[in-house]
Design a protein. Structure first.
Length: 142
């Protein structure tokens, strides 16, 4: 941005009619910095309870239940078909009610929509299943 400077003579000098932009830019930069620093960082996280230290070895091998989810959303519990979500949730409630919970492994098909897998995992979490894991992830590696 340029500025008109008079010749120094005693002539008829016109007042400068341009707006000085520097103070406005400074104020806008300060407002922008304040806005950026005051916006809370939104974190989409999944809370995990990770073990601390080295756990003792198990006294007996864990009982594992496998939920297989096929590409069309049909589910199997340990190889037998699950007719509907209510049946699945009743089985998950029996697992959650045990004092020493069995493990639940979810094995999704590569072509299943994520929402079907998320519904099963959300049901398990809502019902109180704490030992849940995903198996068969090697099929997703490209």
């Amino acid at each position: 941005m340029g500025m008109n400077v008079g010749s120094g003579g005693g002539g008829d000098a016109e007042p400068m009619m341009d707006i000085n932009m520097t103070p406005m830019i400074d104020v806008m930069l300060v407002l922008l910095i304040m806005l950026v620093t005051t916006i809370p960082i939104q974190m989409h996280s999944v809370n995990l309870n990770l073990p601390v230290g080295t756990p003792p070895p198990p006294v007996k091998p864990p009982v594992v239940h496998t939920i297989s989810i096929d590409f069309d959303g049909t589910m199997d519990w340990d190889g037998e078909p699950v007719p509907d979500r209510a049946n699945l949730e009743s089985r998950l409630m029996t697992v959650a009610a045990e004092p020493d919970q069995d493990e639940v492994h979810v094995r999704p098909n590569k072509l299943v929509p994520y929402r079907d897998v998320a519904k099963v995992m959300a049901s398990a979490q809502r019902l109180g299943v704490t030992k849940i894991g995903m198996v068969g992830n090697e099929q997703f590696v490209q």
